[in-house]
Design a protein around this ligand. Structure first.
Ligand code: C5P
Length: 407
């Protein structure tokens, strides 16, 4: 995504074993186009060296409020004034306690206290043992820092370095990147509810075999992540795909087209926008065998008969809410040639205001894509880019069209 391009992030590390993950986070942030200034507490330096963080960020690491490299000897002022955001990851229980009390006896807490509170956001990624996390003192301190304006990003659940299992793990670097991108994204879809289908469907032949296609679900998941970051409430109905659910997105897993239709119908009444990115199988085996079909050595092959699947998009587009403009429908078309012509015809046939065309073989399973948007006004292109970026751009296009419909 582009939300971090040109942003300057102060990445603060306090003491915790999760410091090793912050090395990867630093890499992800710079790859996303941000500049990263690392500040480490003394405790953090017990877990990971400033050398590693300097190499990854490309900047010397700060660790002392007495750092004489700054001409005015005030790193706490200079570093905080330059930042678009301060992210403390990992944020230890002790560091949260310090923030709650407004203490400032080392550079990182001093910098947090000295930052202009209304201009420089402070995001915290707590990391600690589950008992420390659950302790009333920690919860009290968290409530206090949140009340003082910090954004507490929450924690993961699972195995902890101490051998215990529970709440308190730092969010994974990829999740923190997602949180930061979402934080900077303009809230173009605030209050909107989106329902998105994604991935292929799997149509059973017998209990162990079936018919599917090469759709990866990446485009639909990218749109879901971008829409969530833009403030929307998002539900994805996903066919069988191996993708992590974007943070904060509700996911319903299905296999077949019929299951996908049922899941969509259970959700669509409360949606403002329906986006059908799924590559739904056109046909399914007429009678899926209840037991595995066996090869009997006679050389005979099973005869497969097919029936047509319901068209989910066309069904939704025909509904009363869609017809009256209460539900905005977006279709996708994967074509192999004559994209504009096919996409234009498909928009008419499906009865949707916006149809997004792409070239099938150039998108299935790929990390990038190019899109052709066809609506009543004509067509426009979103040139080849990562699906993550196209998701952000499509959200912008969608927000513009929703605003136009509303007037
Ligand atoms: O007709 P075609 O499969 O090319 O249409 C593609 C569009 O229709 C996509 O948006 C796809 O998600 C949707 N579709 C659907 N149900 C089907 C077939 C396609 O929702 N059975």
């Amino acid at each position: 995504m582009t939300q971090l391009a040109g942003k300057h992030i102060v990445l603060g590390l306090s003491g915790g074993v999760a410091c090793y993950k912050s090395a990867h986070l630093c890499r992800l942030l710079t790859k996303a186009g941000a500049t990263v200034q690392v500040v480490m507490t003394e405790a953090a330096e017990q877990f990971i060296t400033p050398v590693t963080m300097q190499a990854l960020s490309g900047r010397t690491v700060y660790g002392s409020q007495w750092d004489a490299r700054e001409p005015n000897n005030m790193p706490h002022i200079n570093l905080s004034r330059e930042a678009d955001a301060v992210l403390v990851a990992p944020c230890s229980a002790d560091f949260i306690a310090k923030l709650a009390q407004g203490r400032a006896d080392e550079l990182l807490s001093l910098l947090c206290l000295a930052r202009p509170i209304e201009r420089i956001p402070l995001l915290l990624a707590p990391a600690m043992n589950r008992e420390m996390w659950a302790h009333p003192a920690t919860q009290r301190n968290l409530a206090q820092v949140a009340q003082d304006g910090a954004l507490v990003l929450g924690v993961g659940v699972g195995d902890q370095a101490c051998g215990e299992t529970g709440d308190g793990r730092m969010l994974e670097p990829e999740e923190l990147l997602e949180e930061l991108q979402a934080f900077f994204a303009p809230k173009l879809l605030q209050g909107k509810r989106l329902l998105i289908t994604a991935g292929p469907t799997f149509e059973a032949i017998d209990p162990v075999r079936g018919i599917t296609n090469l759709s990866s679900g990446k485009m639909g998941f990218a749109i879901a992540a971008a829409a969530k970051a833009a403030g929307a409430q998002v539900t994805v109905v996903a066919g069988p795909v191996h993708l992590a659910t974007p943070r904060g997105v509700q996911r319903i897993n299905v296999q077949s087209a019929q299951q996908m239709l049922a899941a969509v119908q259970s959700q669509v009444d409360s949606a403002d926008v329906f986006i059908a990115t799924a590559a739904v199988a056109d046909w399914r085996p007429a009678n899926a065998a209840e037991q595995k079909l066996k090869k009997d050595g006679s050389g005979e092959v099973p005869a497969l008969a097919f029936v047509e699947n319901p068209d989910i998009l066309a069904t939704v587009a025909k509904s009363e809410r869609a017809q009256h403009g209460a539900l905005y429908c977006v279709g996708f078309a994967a074509e192999s040639h004559d994209l504009l012509q096919h996409a234009t015809a498909k928009r008419q046939r499906k009865g949707v205001p916006l149809l997004v065309g792409n070239i099938g073989p150039a998108t299935f399973g790929q990390d990038d894509n190019a899109l052709l948007l066809v609506d009543a006004q004509g067509h426009s292109e979103l040139p080849r880019a990562s699906k993550a970026l196209l998701g952000v751009q499509l959200v912008q296009e969608l927000a513009r069209r929703l605003a136009a419909v509303a007037h």
